[in-house]
Design a protein around this ligand. Structure first.
Ligand code: NDP
Length: 294
């Protein structure tokens, strides 16, 4: 009988991370007498983000993190929104801010993200925090990237010196995951459209001891490309014929990999929990718990 890959289920790891968060929150409560507060700022009603906002609220409240949803009128100007962000930045009772995207077309989302105090950046996407990630001094990092790396760590495999191949170099997944994995002294290869156009994607994927794919193209990595015994983290979420599938051919890959994330049920369920981890990190950072502020 062919031995199949062990499944890396996000919900199981999320439970572990939530226990770690609860321990930290109890320490915060006894030392500072309060719980961190996360504010989500949205401009205009958006049905697309409703589910995500509810998930944030439920996860925050189940852990004991205070959560407030602030909805601004969709006619608000960019200056109005930046003014609101600055108020949130200055409020000492607010420790973390998430900006719900997309913004209405007349507002430049990146300007709003830049206005957030980087110490209150719940999503770890502020330009200063990206810089800290490169310098290995980050306290918060993009949630999906932390989730993908945590799933790879959860295998118990020592990542030191491993061949890690990332397919996709986006600022929320591929690039930050690469820098998080460099901290393990893994050897990192980042593939993108240039790699594919040069006809070299298959060669790189076949070398991968850890393969992280975040592209957004259903089943673009054939199972036969997956190295025997590899760890496969599939971040992709694609809808095909009413079903959600990843970027990796799951059925083929699970016959070769040692560990693989299912889609759905892999990275996705861990992402909101990582947002809460960032909230706790942001709180501790503001309290000076990490020593030097760099
Ligand atoms: P982006 O569109 O920002 O980036 C896609 C990346 O894939 C780019 O770097 C692009 O290269 C690369 N790419 C595109 N085509 C190819 C190809 N043929 N070969 C190699 N690389 C290619 O995507 P995101 O990072 O935002 O999202 C990726 C996927 O992850 C999506 O399916 C998204 O839904 C999912 N996702 C899942 C999350 C979760 O919680 N599970 C959260 C966030 C995203 P180039 O840079 O050269 O253009």
């Amino acid at each position: 009988m062919v031995k199949e890959a062990q499944l890396l289920k996000g919900a199981e790891i999320a439970k572990q991370v939530q226990e770690e968060i609860k321990t930290k929150l109890a320490e915060i409560k006894s030392k500072y007498g309060e719980s961190p507060k996360l504010v989500a700022l949205q401009v205009g009603a958006q049905s697309a983000s409703e589910l995500y906002v509810k998930k944030q609220k439920d996860t925050a409240e189940s852990l004991g993190i205070q959560y407030e949803f602030v909805l601004m009128d969709e006619k608000s100007t960019e200056a109005d929104v930046i003014k609101k962000v600055r108020q949130l930045n200055q409020d000492p009772k607010i420790h973390a801010i998430i900006i719900q995207m997309p913004m209405p077309a007349h507002i430049r989302g990146n300007h709003i993200l830049s206005a957030v105090d980087s110490h209150k950046d719940a999503e770890g996407v502020h330009v200063d925090n990206m810089g800290r990630l490169v310098l290995q001094t980050a306290k918060v990092a993009p949630c999906t990237a932390i989730a993908a790396v945590r799933l790879a760590e959860s295998t118990g495999i020592n990542l030191f010196g491993k061949e890690v191949v990332l397919v996709g170099q986006s600022k929320i997944v591929g690039r930050p995951a690469a820098f998080l994995l460099l901290e393990h002294r893994a050897t990192i290869t980042i593939c993108h459209t240039g790699t594919a156009k040069a006809g070299k994607l298959e060669d790189h994927v076949r070398r991968a001891e850890v393969l992280i794919v975040a592209v957004g193209k259903p089943n673009m990595i054939p199972g036969e490309w997956v190295r025997e015994g590899a760890v496969v983290i599939d971040v992709g979420i694609n809808r095909v014929d009413g079903k959600t599938v990843g970027d990796v051919d799951f059925e083929g890959a699970k016959k070769r990999a040692a560990f693989i994330t299912p889609v759905p049920g892999g990275v996705g369920p861990l992402t909101v929990t990582m947002l809460m981890k960032n909230v706790v990190q942001a709180y501790l950072w503001q309290k000076g718990e990490f020593g030097d502020d760099e």
